[in-house]
Design a protein around this ligand. Structure first.
Ligand SMILES: CO[C@H](O)c1c[n+]2c([nH]1)[C@H](O)[C@@H](O)[C@H](O)[C@H]2CO
Length: 445
């Protein structure tokens, strides 16, 4: 018997994303995405890797659902590739794209697995990028049109929707530091993009409400717990700025219908007047969510740095790290969950991503990954403590079901519960997959 049992209807799941697992990027009418363009641009992705084949999930989804069934997953979070549904981003639909996701959803349901669908996990159609991408306000409307098509096709069976995956990563990694597609390095652009993403989210929520399909819709934010590196007052002030830029700038619009004043003023010179237009905030405020998805991986430790652009800099924590160099800090998940509950009105929450990359050597057909088991166990316990503190945490999706294309790191980082031998596409259960199967079966750790 587990020492820490979870609520009886707790949703134990695993998560993936289309570009990271599907492959088949030029098959059945799929249009080009900004990640196709970016990954084929020399020097952008470690090892010159691309998502052209990935885990070949587009052809192997039946096998992968069978793996989910064997693991006992209650829920499966996946993303829908906009370029498969609307190849040019707006206008003509691609029926074969809809066929694929309908077949996936039907197979999930036939295996007793609840689908949780993310509408945007970073695959903007390239033709929209050619028209300005997320810097163009019209993209928010095109997104809502795409979302409505998907709702109408799948909404009778998919009852849990996530509009965007991590708008802050889309904005900052893709437009401020250039590490992600489309690869810009313009901070003012990133701030404009963040606003247009919020508009896109709000328009999609409104489109969903109009259809009265009776499911629930939310968004997924990558959030962290921010701590000052020292006791000096200026370190505390630095932590508040960092918390504002990474957490509150994205939390407040979707949960409070307004931007945080301190960050709005800080960004003042970045958000040129035309960006927040009359009616924008009303539109955002008029699209309340049913639940908040949060992706948590590690904490953020900061100190005052007057010469840095926003007056702070990150400090490396003292704890052990994953293969991504991210400090392992489970207490940060507890602190984050409790903070969200306290500061944002006791919302329904889902951990939509948590997991770790480790080296995961395949030896004699086996992958022993005790570090991943320890990582997940400690974070599950942190989540359990938060539930005991009254937090409405309803589910937990491990990142990831499969090893997959890890963006700028290509295939060099393995986050999966299941190992993928890419040359053969063989799926091999890591020890952590067997361990997680047991956690789900006994509903606790
Ligand atoms: C700081 O981590 C971010 O919150 C984050 C981590 N991750 C993510 N966001 C993305 O949602 C996934 O597509 C990544 O594969 C996954 C692992 O890197």
């Amino acid at each position: 018997m587990p020492k820490h049992v979870f609520p009886v209807d707790f949703v134990w799941g695993a998560a993936t994303a289309a570009y990271q697992i599907e492959g088949a990027v030029r098959e059945d009418g799929r249009g080009e995405s900004i990640w196709d363009r970016f990954s084929h641009t020399p020097g952008k992705i470690q090892g010159g890797d691309t998502g052209d084949v990935a885990c070949d999930h587009y052809h192997r989804y039946r096998e992968d659902v069978a793996l989910m069934r064997e693991m006992g997953l209650k829920g499966y979070r996946f993303s829908i590739a906009w370029p498969r549904i609307v190849p040019a981003g707006k206008g003509a639909l691609n029926p074969k794209g809809l066929d694929f996701y309908n077949a996936l959803v039907d197979r999930l349901l036939a295996n007793g697995i609840t689908p949780y669908a993310t509408l945007y996990h970073w695959e903007l159609p390239q033709l929209l990028q050619d028209r300005g991408g997320w810097d163009n306000r019209d993209t928010a409307a095109y997104f809502a049109e795409y979302a409505a098509v998907v709702f109408e096709s799948l909404g009778d069976r998919v009852r849990h929707w996530i509009t965007l995956n991590e708008p802050s990563v889309v904005a900052y990694n893709g437009h401020a530091i250039g590490e992600h597609a489309p690869g810009f390095t313009d901070y003012a652009l990133a701030v404009r993009v963040s606003h247009h993403l919020n508009l896109a989210h709000a328009r999609a929520v409104a489109a969903y409400r109009q259809l009265n399909q009776g499911g629930v819709i939310g968004t997924t934010l990558n959030l962290t717990s921010v701590y000052p590196a020292g006791n000096a007052p200026e370190d505390g002030a630095a932590a508040r700025i960092a918390d504002g830029m990474y957490n509150r700038w994205f939390l407040d619009p979707v949960l409070k219908g307004a931007y945080p004043r301190d960050i709005l003023e800080l960004f003042g010179q970045k958000l040129q007047a035309p960006v927040i237009q009359a009616g924008d905030l009303e539109r955002i405020a008029a699209a309340p969510i049913d639940f908040l998805g949060l992706n948590y991986y590690s904490r953020l430790l900061v100190r005052s740095a007057p010469s840095s652009p926003f007056g702070y800099e990150a400090v490396r924590g003292a704890g052990p790290c994953t293969a991504m160099g991210w400090e392992i800090y489970p207490d940060g998940l507890y602190d984050l969950l409790v903070r969200l509950d306290r500061d944002y009105g006791h919302p329904r929450l889902l951990v939509t991503e948590n997991g770790a990359a480790f080296d995961d050597p395949l030896q004699a057909g086996r992958v022993a990954d005790p570090e991943r088991i320890a990582y997940l166990r400690e974070h599950f316990l942190a989540a359990r403590r938060a539930i005991e503190s009254g937090v409405r945490l309803e589910g937990y999706f491990v990142w990831s079901l499969l090893d997959n294309f890890e963006w700028a790191h290509g295939y060099s980082r393995r986050f999966g519960l299941i190992y993928v031998d890419y040359p053969t596409q063989e799926r091999i259960w890591k020890d952590s997959a067997r361990w997680y199967q047991g956690v789900i079966r006994q509903n606790g750790v």
